[in-house]
Design a protein. Structure first.
Length: 346
């Protein structure tokens, strides 16, 4: 994506997070004019500043809940990647209004600020938990997508194209289960597994960045882009890590946490009935009907959904050896293996 970004100014909200930092590094590989990082944590910004040492990166301390902050941060910006969110399922269950303020109202603020300043495109980062959501995090992320789609319907002549992406678990991202399992294994403990039969999609950070790049290059207003992914059970993931670190494959079953589902869904059958297939990616266009439903009452909807959802139970399931091979491709896992025993990293 370096060529389309040549000479451009880009804002990344939540830019000190796992995705944000990966996106910043990817952009700096090209000749972008400026990358603005907006986040609430000045300590993480300082660490990032010292790590990158690149004058093209500008740091803005602020919160997406504040429209004025966003209005300043989006001034003269060409593109926005909106990654700021409350992502932890249990904490959103206990503080759902905080999730609403950040994930829904904050996202609306991002769109409003981008619109005011004539930003060319906004790509909003979503999650598989937004499909058939049972927890506050997924519900607020689903509403984030609805806010983006409502903008497409209500502002068809807007200079700002707003789209969303949706993906499953990003491996080794901050707060994810893989670093937790590794920490427990290296401390001599059995990995704590909620339900070994739970299935989850697996995606690397570079793949999540590629999904956002694809959305930037191909988005029409209101689109949702999905990257196809393989899945595995949480139990097999824990066993694969135990085998990588050459420890007995024992699991500590702790039971399902607040708001967790057995399986996750990347695309519903309703969405698949109108989705466009790009090979590795799916595009779900916005339903751009207006509020006049007369013909659907009298004639019915000819695109009524059929088939099944695309979920982590019916996706390609990785075996334990396949999971181990995938984990070895992650630099973070290789570094942890080398720190434990150099022979394990070879």
């Amino acid at each position: 994506m370096t060529a389309p970004m040549s000479g451009r100014r880009i804002l990344i909200t939540g830019g000190t997070g796992s995705f944000g930092q990966a996106m910043v590094r990817r952009l700096l590989e090209g000749d972008v004019s400026e990358v603005r990082v907006l986040s609430r944590d000045e300590a993480k910004q300082d660490a990032m500043r010292r790590l990158l040492c690149d004058g093209r990166v500008r740091y803005h301390v602020g919160d997406v809940r504040d429209l004025d902050t966003l209005a300043r941060a989006t001034r003269d910006v060409d593109h926005v990647f909106h990654a700021a969110a409350l992502k932890q399922v249990p904490s959103c269950e206990f503080f759902p209004l905080e999730a609403v303020r950040t994930n829904v109202l904050g996202s609306a603020n991002v769109i409003e600020a981008a619109e005011r300043n004539g930003v060319g495109s906004v790509v909003m980062l979503g999650t598989d938990k937004a499909v058939y959501p049972v927890n506050a995090m997924g519900m607020t992320k689903a509403l984030m997508e609805k806010v983006a789609q409502a903008h497409a319907r209500s502002s068809p002549r807007s200079r700002t194209t707003v789209s969303s992406v949706r993906y499953g678990n990003v491996m080794f991202s901050r707060g994810s289960v893989i670093p937790l399992f590794i920490e427990q294994i290296r401390a001599g403990r059995a990995p704590t597994v909620t339900n070994p039969l739970m299935t989850r999609f697996l995606m690397s950070l570079p793949e999540s960045v590629e999904l956002v790049e694809h959305a930037f290059l191909h988005a029409r207003p209101g689109d949702v882009f999905i990257r196809k992914a393989a899945a595995c059970t949480v139990g097999d993931l824990a066993i694969a890590l135990c085998q990588l670190f050459d420890v007995p494959a024992k699991l500590d079953l702790i039971g399902v946490r607040h708001g967790e589902k057995l399986d996750e869904t990347l695309a519903s059958r309703e969405e698949l009935s109108r989705a466009e297939d790009f090979g590795d990616f799916l595009r779900v266009p916005v339903d751009d009907r207006d509020l006049n439903y007369a013909r659907y009452v009298s004639e019915g909807d000819p695109t009524a959904p059929s088939g099944v959802d695309f979920n982590s139970a019916n996706a390609t399931q990785l075996s334990v050896p396949q999971i181990m091979e995938l984990l070895r491709t992650l630099p973070e896992v290789r570094a942890e293996l080398a720190a434990c025993d150099p022979a394990l990293a070879s």
